[in-house]
Ligand binder design. Structure first.
Ligand code: NAD
Length: 354
């Protein structure tokens, strides 16, 4: 038995691969294009583990995906691969359409051909699990109830529109062709190996470097936050017990305004890496012009996965954010290499990848 994970060198994918291999014997084939966001250094601890096979390639490359499926005969495909940064999608949406929409389409077609040819039980047990985001639901007013799986899909950014399109393709491949798919829509993740362009790692890294902490607009945009390992365990649970054709919202019941997240990080850094003279990192907070079309609030109603699959997050926001800040303090080398791009050299040395 084998899993095919796509995008397994990214933030959530690499956390998933590490967590999976720590808790299961089943091998993982990891297909990743190694964009700026893919970093094999995240997987250094399983470099010599024969249960982890890395393939440098694109989910949109049909021949490459066909080859992997034929060679490794996975019992499931988990699709983490995506362009994932909202700001980048505003400045250059094309890559998002290429990977998130066309790439997912080509992956689905390759998987459909493979799955159709599987013998009886293997065909019935096969799963395609698509990892998606709560951003597909659009924005919520303050008094509105959190998103359930029945909420209308109303994406507002090029990123969320491309993810919504991929979710629709996955749904259609189930309804039209019977492919046994599962979709998860998760809130904002945070934790180790998070690329420092996203809010939480950016604030930690900038604070430590004495740089401004840029907060969009009034900082009162609300997001729900989930520790990345809790997300990985939810995916594991959905793969194991989810009903094909269903979608599952995954969230931490942790609605927080962005400014509160930044203040919490500053307070933790004040405690764990105090500045001279009793100064606070909070003095570095700077409000900058808001992102165009910035959604005001996302909130996830995770009762379906809790009720039907018995999943619950293990971390509270307080424990998860403390672990995360501590991880960045202990892994300054990782941050430096990611920031100066030298992890690409490291990858070339370790894996001969481009
Ligand atoms: P990430 O940007 O850190 O990682 C994406 C990975 O996909 C990278 O390793 C990249 O090299 C790879 N990739 C990109 N294009 C590819 C292609 N065409 N073929 C093969 N590999 C490719 O993203 P992430 O934060 O780990 O997110 C993973 C998934 O989870 C995405 O689908 C994202 O939409 C979803 N998601 C993310 C969050 C979050 O808070 N980060 C929340 C909910 C859902």
């Amino acid at each position: 038995m084998t899993l095919l994970v796509t995008g397994g060198a990214g933030f959530i994918g690499s956390n998933f691969v590490l967590d999976w291999l720590a808790r299961h014997d089943e091998p993982v084939v990891n297909l990743d294009r190694l964009t700026y966001a893919g970093n094999l250094e995240n997987l250094a601890s399983v470099r010599d583990d024969p249960r982890h096979v890395f393939v440098h390639g694109d989910i949109g490359d049909r021949a490459c995906v066909d080859r992997i499926l034929a060679e490794h005969r996975p019992r499931a495909v988990l699709n983490f691969a995506a362009e994932s940064h909202v700001d980048r999608s505003i400045h250059g949406p094309e890559d998002f359409i290429q990977t998130n929409v066309l790439g997912t389409f080509r992956l689905l077609e390759a998987v459909r051909a493979y799955w159709s040819a599987l013998p009886g039980t293997a065909r019935a047990d096969f799963r395609f699990l698509h990892v998606s985001t709560d951003e597909v639901y659009g924005t919520l007013a303050p008094q509105q109830a959190p998103f359930t799986e029945a909420h209308a899909v109303e994406p507002n950014s090029p990123y969320s529109a491309s993810k919504a399109a991929s979710d629709h393709l996955v749904r259609a491949w189930h309804h039209t062709y019977g492919l046994p798919v599962l979709t998860t829509n998760c809130s904002n993740n945070y934790g180790p190996y998070h690329f420092p362009e996203k809010l939480i790692p950016l604030m930690i890294v900038n604070a430590l470097a004495g740089k401004p902490l840029p907060v969009y607009g009034d900082g009162l945009q609300i997001r729900d936050w989930l520790y990345v390992v809790d997300h990985c365990r939810a995916i594991d649970r959905v793969l194991d017990a989810g009903v094909p054709g269903e979608t599952y919202n995954v969230g931490g019941w942790n609605e927080k305004p962005n400014i509160e997240i930044v203040r919490t990080i500053c307070a933790l850094l004040d405690e764990l890496r105090p500045l001279d003279g009793g100064r606070s990192y909070a003095a570095q907070i700077t409000h900058v012009t808001d992102r165009p079309g910035h959604d005001r609030r996302y909130a996830i109603d995770a009762r379906k996965i809790e009720r039907e699959l018995g999943w619950r997050p293990e971390e509270t926001f307080e424990t998860g954010i403390r672990k995360t800040v501590a991880w960045y303090l202990a892994n300054g080398d990782w941050v430096e290499r990611v920031q100066d791009g030298s992890y690409r050299d490291w990858v070339a040395r370790q894996y001969g990848a481009q």
